[in-house]
Design a protein around this ligand. Structure first.
Ligand code: ZN
Length: 358
């Protein structure tokens, strides 16, 4: 029989939903002493129950169990994305994000196919205006109308946004927070281009690095290498490919192909190549579970978290147990270990119960 630290130290206490998390059941002591004891016990509970239980019970594996993550994003609804980028990605079984400008989006059937092939469609506003040209109504319309158009035309719930010109204003941010769970910004001051798993990023201004025509293949290879070396997540922001008519700062075609081949090879060595929204959702869910409130008692520790709104459904976190004796439950059902020894935790469930970890 395995007793948890809480039951061993505090046999007379059980968990109650009264806000303190603990109640004294059998010990009779004067009120003054009891108050002191309860305080001590609360401290012990905080130290052993809350923090150590989580630290010793499990660890959410960053980047879906990979060493690093990389997202390829393509902006502005360009024809070259449909004609060149998507076929090249599909050939390599890579998935990317396409941020669409609603007023520039034609060939809707082709774009729908892109989404069905596993790529992400994101919101890049109605008409790609500078924030200085938007009034209050314009800020709302650029986010809300674009989302409604995309949702209805893709039969989807589009929950990611990319700021046109990577310009953020308080008004735009207000609507983006209302309709999206993550948004892509620009380079910032360069310090955050490689987001490490221990940071708490700004979900509504996640960094990205734009490609430029003058960059050669070695530059992009360097980005991928740095990302892996830092065990980080980086997002590439790409527009045109090849000819100058294909979009802003087109990447020479051969450089683009080299980048995709290099990314594909890195994937084989453990890089998680996934759409922006997939990585952002995993990362944000990880942060929430890591900060989850816990309650210990009756030989188990219960973790509860709140799902933000809006948020994407169906996020599964990979988790490692720190003790071979720990057993994990969600919605009353025991989780089975995956072949690689990890556990798959449903973020939608909002709770995780750990038994027998000590
Ligand atoms: Zn753009």
């Amino acid at each position: 029989m395995q007793a948890s630290a809480e039951t061993a130290v505090l046999p007379a206490f059980s968990s109650v939903p009264n806000g303190t998390g603990l109640a004294l059941s059998t010990v009779k002591v004067p009120n003054r002493v009891m108050k002191k004891n309860v305080n001590t016990i609360l401290m012990v509970a905080v130290l052993t129950g809350c923090c150590l239980a989580q630290a010793s019970a499990f660890k959410v594996l960053p980047w879906n169990g990979h060493s690093a993550a990389l997202s390829l994003t393509f902006d502005d609804s360009r024809a070259v994305h449909l004609d060149v980028v998507v076929p090249e990605l599909n050939k390599r079984h890579l998935h990317a994000t396409f941020f669409l400008i609603v007023s520039k989006t034609t060939r809707l059937d082709d774009w729908r196919k892109v989404r069905l092939q596993g790529h992400e469609i994101g919101n890049h506003s109605v008409s790609h205006d500078h924030v200085s040209d938007l009034n209050k109504e314009g800020e709302e319309l650029q986010v809300e109308d674009a989302k409604k158009f995309l949702d209805s035309n893709f039969s989807a719930d589009v929950l990611t946004f990319a700021y046109p010109f990577t310009e953020v204003s308080p008004g735009l941010l207000y609507w983006v927070k209302r309709y999206d769970f993550a948004a892509r910004g620009g380079r910032g001051d360069n310090s955050l281009l490689y987001v490490t798993a221990d940071t708490q990023p700004d979900w509504y201004n996640l960094p990205s690095q734009p490609s430029y025509t003058r960059y050669d293949a070695a530059i992009y290879r360097g980005w991928v290498d740095k990302d892996i070396a830092m065990n980080a997540w980086t997002t590439l922001q790409i527009h045109g490919i090849g000819d100058s008519s294909t979009g802003f700062e087109p990447i020479p075609s051969s450089t683009f192909i080299d980048l995709l081949d290099y990314v594909k090879a890195a994937e084989g060595k453990g890089l998680w190549v996934a759409p922006f929204g997939d990585v952002a959702a995993y990362f944000r869910a990880q942060k929430i579970v890591e900060a989850a409130q816990s309650q210990a008692g009756n030989g188990e520790t219960r973790f509860n978290w709140r799902i933000p709104a809006p948020f994407v459904h169906g996020v599964t976190l990979k988790m490692a147990a720190n003790s071979s004796r720990a057993r994990f439950f969600q919605a009353g059902r025991e989780l089975r270990r995956n072949k690689d020894g990890s556990y798959s935790v449903s973020f939608d469930s909002g709770e995780l119960v750990v038994k027998g970890q000590l």
